[in-house]
Design a protein around this ligand. Structure first.
Ligand code: UDP
Ligand code: MG
Length: 346
């Protein structure tokens, strides 16, 4: 069998601090893998710039000019980790036999990619990287993450425990993934649904190599909420159940209040009535809010908007455009170089 072409997809959002190290380490790894006959010489590292505001794209772009292993994809604006990753996967699958996705911050042990490939050679089409321990995370992140997995499990969503987006997928798996046209795409939930032969590889997750986390608490909560509401209708069932409970309770209290009115003191009944009005009002608001959440999802899905818009794709740079580095003085120079690159590429 010919060695498979591997593409390592790396989503990057404001990662200028860590990127030089990441490029260096990943290309060394790739060279080793090529020398050892694990992957083909055509293998690449694809950096996806998710609308960074710093010099991330400039770094990727310049590296692409002089490094045969590096390719870049620049999205026109920030679309978030999941969508940036998807953009990279979908572009990369046309050029490769298998694809590994990894974060730019080197928190995931890149040596594990070799084990992923061993599994791939054994015929596994999806290989999940699973963290052994979480002691480099804060206690807060650990407990919230655990809670998240527990809730998802309860709601019947099939997730690989302690697996983030560090995984290998075959070309075919990514092609199938592309057929999930939903806009609210929660990758960790979808990939197990593909159903191909899969396995897990355990590794230790390290500290972020440089730079800050791009997942502050607000984004994390939004991510968890997205994951739950785009996969499960259980929340709405709970609301429904609450609705029934409060309905029967109000019947019971209704009888009680009537009894008070005819045989006792009305003032006391008024207090409990007003309390229950507030209670039920609150419940109704929660219910309406949740229903709204689902209607919002239907609304988004029905629009079928593209999940990302590619600005520059250095795989197919046959026609260099003039908006590449935001019209810097070096523009002419880059265009010349790009033309040379695309000529040697085709
Ligand atoms: N990322 C991205 N777009 C975003 C936020 C993050 O592409 O809007 C990338 C980021 O550059 C990194 C990966 O997603 O490569 C994971 O982010 P981070 O390491 O900050 O998350 P954490 O490991 O703290 O959960
Ligand atoms: Mg990280």
């Amino acid at each position: 069998m010919m060695e498979p072409v591997l593409t390592i997809v790396v989503p990057c959002y404001n990662e200028e601090e860590v990127l030089p190290v990441t490029i260096f380490q990943l290309q060394n790894l790739l060279k080793e893998l090529i020398t050892d006959g694990f992957v083909s010489k055509q293998s690449k590292i694809l950096f996806v710039d998710d609308g960074s505001q710093d010099h991330t794209w400039e770094l990727i772009y310049k590296e692409g000019l002089r490094n045969e292993y590096v390719r870049g994809l620049k999205l026109s604006k920030n679309v978030g980790h999941q969508n940036a990753l998807l953009a990279g996967l979908f572009i990369a699958k046309d050029h490769s036999d298998c694809i590994v996705s990894i974060d730019a911050d080197l928190q995931d042990d890149i040596k594990v990619i070799r084990e992923f490939l061993l599994k791939f050679h054994e015929g596994y089409e999806i290989v999940y990287g699973v963290r052994k321990r979480r002691d480099t995370d804060t206690l807060f992140k650990r407990t919230t993450a655990l809670g998240f997995y527990k809730i998802m499990e309860k709601m019947g969503v099939d997730l690989v425990f302690n697996h983030a987006d560090f995984r290998l997928m075959s070309k075919r798996a990514v092609q199938e993934l592309e057929r999930f046209s939903e806009v609210n795409l929660f990758l960790r939930g979808i990939v197990p649904l593909l159903g191909f032969r899969s396995d897990v590889v355990y590794y230790d997750r390290l500290e972020r190599h440089a730079g800050e986390t791009k997942y502050p608490l607000t984004k994390m909560l939004a991510f968890a909420f997205e994951g739950i509401t785009s996969f499960s209708v259980s929340p709405i069932r709970i609301v429904l159940l609450l609705g029934f409970v409060s309905f029967f309770l109000s019947l019971f209290f209704g009888v009680y209040f009537l009894t008070l009115k005819f045989f006792g003191e009305t003032e006391t009944g008024w207090t409990s009535l007003i309390t229950s009005i507030w209670l039920i009002g609150g419940l109704q608001l929660i219910a309406i809010g949740l229903i709204g959440e689902y209607i919002g999802k239907i609304y988004k899905e029905s629009k079928r908007r593209p999940k990302y818009i590619v600005d520059i794709d250095s795989y197919s740079l046959s026609k260099p455009r003039n908006n590449i580095l935001n019209q810097t003085a070096e523009d002419e120079f880059y265009h010349l170089d790009l033309r040379q690159i695309s000529e040697t590429n085709h």
